[in-house]
Design a protein around this ligand. Structure first.
Ligand SMILES: Nc1ncnc2c1ncn2[C@@H]1O[C@H](COP(=O)(O)OP(=O)(O)OP(=O)(O)O)[C@@H](O)[C@H]1O
Ligand SMILES: [Mg+2]
Length: 590
């Protein structure tokens, strides 16, 4: 039977996917399969022994001549019972061993899939990381991995059913070639008839996969936007939005279960139909010796039963493939976007040169165009410009988070990407526009897992960021946990802890994006004084809306519409630059 090309291609793809996903536990799977086959054979031997013992008891001879027809054996009842006992113990031992390996293999898959995907995500470039939706990734790591794990169990069951089916076929060959042909034709016809149900199940799983991803994103958003939802008074519409996705999950779940149950039911009915036809043929045919024909029907029935097991487990595997695909696609996406770690050591941050740098986002938004700027060690550079002008994008390029899409960004003599990531992170610190903290203690946040940041350095940094006294006053002092994202301390405190985190590693280049936006005037002044102390020792690049912050800076870069509008000293800009002079005028009004 030749299959249409697309289906064969799909089967090949599925097999390759299974091999890729479970290849690393191949040996364990083979062992489990071998053990399971042995237990099955032992079980058959036990049944045969018990049957032999039963008949021996009945005929009262006290000994059995043969366990299996054709294999002569002369055993006493005692020997038989002893044999059964030994077989049972051996089988139980093998079974326990198999179960243990199976369980270990399943959790090994869980752990390895989760490790691989999280590691690949962490090693991917910022472009990819920043566009991933938390919910989808969470659904994949928590739910899809568990669903994919069941495929392992089903694969083992599938192979066992296949073995039993093959055994039946082999047995049927001994009775007569015609039965084998019949069984094969009947199974082929059944598989062909039931294909739409298997496809339906797969489609339903793909729908489920998409709905679970979307639903997880919505749940994430529901929690992170809970304040906005309350204040905007949109609890009901949000319930509606979630309801739509829950309904879709329900529909996809129903489609999947229904396809699976229908398949099982139909398979049973069709099996009985085929067997009835066989029986009918036997009854209405005029054969002299009906015994081989009876054996044929019996074998046909047994083969069909195993065939059914093959079909249902196969369906289970196919139905779980969309979840495996999701994990595989993610892994592929992250691995394609792996950062290529540089190898050059970077002892000091030298001159930084933007040489005709362009940058466009993945969606085609051109954020920076033809930027040529040189930053010397020890410079204090301010960056200003209207909202959406490209300041944060400039900062992301400067930090090496994104690579220019045109031109060159050179630090010292090489591009940022050529340097060792460790060296770069040690020498460069950043205070973001939206300060985020880990859900751990204040002190641990300032240290932020960096082995080179000591406890003393962290405390000094808190002092320099003018937040030490406030943090010491918290219930557990510096050991107080700050909550998810730092939600248990105020916005201004969070920002100053972020500044402390940046200062704690004694960076050579300190980049600040709106460092004082959440601060009161007194804290702002204090931070400015800290920056003033750092000036000259550290290269400072400060994005600022507040002109007061710019007092620290020697030169100011004005970016408008993604281009360098001016790069000069403050006073010069006040006199000559339209954007800057009008911003100064506006500031005077405040
Ligand atoms: N992740 C992104 N994907 C696509 N476009 C983006 C992305 N981030 C920013 N942009 C676009 O790039 C341009 C520059 O944005 P950027 O964040 O650099 O502005 P900004 O000068 O920092 O503004 P603000 O002062 O409001 O912080 C804007 O048009 C913005 O819409
Ligand atoms: Mg910005």
């Amino acid at each position: 039977m030749t299959k249409p090309a697309p289906q064969r291609r799909q089967l090949n793809n599925d097999l390759r996917l299974l091999a890729r996903t479970f290849g690393f536990v191949r040996r364990r799977l083979i062992t489990v399969f071998a053990l399971a086959t042995m237990t099955a054979i032992l079980e058959a031997a036990i049944v045969l022994s018990i049957a032999a013992a039963g008949t021996t008891l009945l005929d009262g001879s006290g000994s059995s001549n043969s366990l299996v027809s054709g294999i002569p054996m002369d055993l006493t009842l005692r020997q038989l019972c002893l044999g059964v006992g030994v077989l049972v113990v051996v089988r139980a031992g093998l079974d326990l061993l198999m179960i243990e390996i199976k369980a270990r293999t399943e959790v090994l898959y869980d752990a390895s899939a989760r490790t691989e995907v999280t590691n690949a995500y962490l090693e991917a470039d910022w472009n990819t990381q920043s566009t991933e939706q938390a919910g989808g990734l969470q659904a994949a790591l928590v739910t899809f991995v568990s669903l994919a794990r069941t495929v392992l169990t089903k694969l083992i069951d599938l192979s066992l059913s296949v073995v039993s089916f093959v055994v039946m076929l082999v047995a049927s060959i001994t009775v007569g070639g015609r039965v084998t042909v019949l069984v094969v034709i009947a199974m082929g016809a059944l598989a062909y008839l039931l294909r739409p149900f298997i496809r339906a199940n797969r489609h339903a799983s793909a729908r489920q996969r998409a709905a679970i991803g979307r639903f997880s994103n919505q749940v994430n958003e529901m929690v992170s936007m809970s304040r906005e939802i309350r204040v905007l008074g949109i609890t009901e519409p949000i319930k509606g939005e979630l309801g739509v996705e829950i309904a879709e999950l329900k529909a996809a779940g129903h489609a999947s279960s229904a396809a699976s149950y229908r398949l099982q039911s139909l398979h049973a009915s069709l099996t009985y139909l085929v067997v009835s036809i066989g029986l009918g043929a036997l009854i209405f045919s005029t054969v002299s010796d009906p015994q081989p024909y009876a054996a044929m029907v019996l074998l046909l029935y047994r083969a069909m039963v195993y065939g059914r097991a093959v079909q249902t487990t196969y369906q289970g595997v196919v139905g779980s493939i969309p979840f495996l695909e999701d994990l595989d696609e993610r892994l592929d996406l992250y691995r394609q976007a792996q950062r290529q770690p540089g190898v050059d050591p970077l002892p000091t941050v030298g001159t930084i040169t933007f040489d005709a740098v362009d940058f466009s986002y993945g969606d085609g938004t051109r954020a920076l165009e033809d930027i040529s700027v040189t930053i010397q060690p020890g410079d204090a550079i301010g960056i200003v410009g209207p909202s959406g002008a490209g300041k944060s994008t400039f900062v992301q390029l400067l930090l090496g988070l994104r690579a220019p899409t045109g031109g060159r960004l050179v630090v010292g003599e090489h591009s940022i990407a050529d340097y060792r990531e460790d060296d770069w992170s040690r020498l460069v610190s950043f205070v973001p526009q939206e300060s985020q903290l880990f859900d751990m203690s204040v002190l641990d946040n300032v240290i932020s897992f960096r082995p080179h940041v000591t406890r003393d350095a962290a405390i000094q940094a808190l002092q320099a960021a003018h937040v030490l006294t406030e943090m010491e006053a918290l219930p557990d002092g510096l050991d107080t946990t700050v909550g998810e994202g730092g939600s248990r301390i105020s916005g201004g405190q969070r920002q100053r802890v972020c500044i402390a985190r940046a200062l704690a590693a004694s960076p050579q280049l300190l980049v600040l994006d709106e460092p004082t936006s959440a601060l009161d005037l007194a804290s702002e002044e204090a931070i400015r004084a800290t920056l003033e102390v750092l000036k000259g020792q550290v290269t400072l690049v400060i994005v600022a809306h507040r002109l007061s912050t710019l007092r620290v800076c020697d030169k100011v870069l004005v970016i408008t519409q993604g281009r360098v509008d001016a790069f000069a000293e403050r006073r010069e800009l006040e006199a000559n630059n339209e954007y800057f002079s009008s911003a100064v005028e506006l500031a005077k009004l405040v």
